[in-house]
Design a protein around this ligand. Structure first.
Ligand code: PAP
Length: 338
């Protein structure tokens, strides 16, 4: 597979503005035999059946996407992929990366910035959706540099590294569980917290086990720190401006002295801040997508760390911490680098 030469950086265009008509879902039946032979599990939130593919519990409808991504994704050298386990800061990192990369075309303090009218998820194509339904041509049609989003673990996008850059965000799994529970309660109000907690401890959650997901990107950042930037939600909360600078440096787009003087970093932080995004009409109305009948405002609940203390007993917290510590043993990774 040949990689096209790098183009001059202009910044990504908001995917939601591309107005591409989705092509028919030509490949719906793709890989059906392979998929039906995979182990399956149901999840407490009840929305999606999972299939165990190469060690990860993927939503069944995204297994074809995983296979197609592995076989057909053609990285460009200036591609950037935002990757995360669900509920670990995806929306925020999507917004920060988009605002940073697109700042020449869309100054972050401008009153026509795309993030003022589009949900952050609408600014980036979601790789699973495109590779699931024969919509890869939409990705091909995007001008460089492309900025994309995925929840897939690294093995499903390994063809992208080292071809392009990946920015990954992780979060304390205890807060991830709490966030996940609140999110799916918007669809099933009676959903017991304990069932979400237990499925996380068992490793049987969408895209899980969470520890293997995190480790897949952790190992990649150790091997290629120039290609995989590994961030923690909690660190971002402590020093958003410092991490926006770090992000820009990693992307080869460090802020110039005039940009620093003009307060561009602070403008990006402010534009993408929880309080600001939560208050925007684009993030208050509508639903996430037809496959996920959950209101968009569910993406902006609390925006803090440590909420697990309000939901877990100390015993539950220690149990999950111990499971994760055991899985991470010998890897050099801990969730609390702060
Ligand atoms: P996703 O996987 O469905 O895209 P994701 O964005 O990863 O969700 O996670 C949502 C969490 O990020 C929510 O956490 P909470 O439930 O603990 O509150 C949400 O509040 C938080 N979040 C969203 N946007 C921001 C932001 N701009 N700053 C900080 N946290 C944010």
């Amino acid at each position: 597979m040949s990689t096209p030469p790098c183009s001059p950086k202009r910044g990504p265009i908001p995917f939601g503005d591309t107005n591409l008509v989705p092509s028919p879902e030509q490949r719906k039946e793709e890989h059906a035999d392979l998929i039906s032979a995979l182990p399956s599990a149901s999840v407490p939130e009840g929305l999606r059946k999972l299939r165990l593919y190469q060690g990860f519990w993927l939503p069944e409808l995204f297994v074809p996407a995983a296979i197609n991504l592995q076989q057909r994704f053609e990285p460009r050298c200036d591609d950037v992929i935002v990757a995360s386990f669900p509920k670990c800061g995806t929306t925020w990192l999507n917004a920060l990366t988009f605002a940073t990369m697109a700042r020449a075309a869309y100054p972050p303090a401008g009153d026509d910035h795309p993030l003022l009218r589009l949900n952050p998820h609408q600014c980036l194509p979601f790789l699973e959706s495109l590779f699931q339904g024969g919509r890869e041509a939409e990705l091909e049609a995007l001008p460089s540099p492309r900025l994309m989003n995925t929840h897939m673990p690294l093995p499903m996008v390994s063809g992208a590294v080292p071809g392009c850059r990946v920015v990954y965000i992780c979060r304390d799994p205890k807060d991830m569980v709490v966030s996940r529970w609140h999110f799916f309660r918007r669809h099933r109000p009676e959903l017991p917290f304990k069932s979400i907690f237990e499925s996380t401890c068992d490793g049987v959650t969408s895209y899980g086990p969470v520890w293997d997901h995190v480790l897949s990107y952790w190992r990649a950042t150790i091997a290629r720190p120039d290609k995989v930037l590994f961030l923690r939600y909690e660190e971002l909360l402590c020093d958003p401006a410092g991490h926006v600078r770090r992000l820009a440096g990693f992307l080869g787009m460090s802020f110039s002295a005039p940009e620093e003087e003009a307060g561009t970093v602070d403008s990006i932080v402010q534009l993408c801040s929880f309080g600001h995004l939560k208050g925007l009409e684009a993030n208050k109305i509508g639903h996430l997508n037809p496959l996920l009948p959950i209101p968009r405002d569910a993406l902006f609940r609390n925006g803090a760390s440590g909420d697990w203390v309000n939901h877990m007993t100390p015993e539950m917290a220690s149990r999950l911490d111990d499971i994760v510590a055991e899985k991470m043993r010998g890897t050099g990774f801990t969730f609390s680098e702060l």
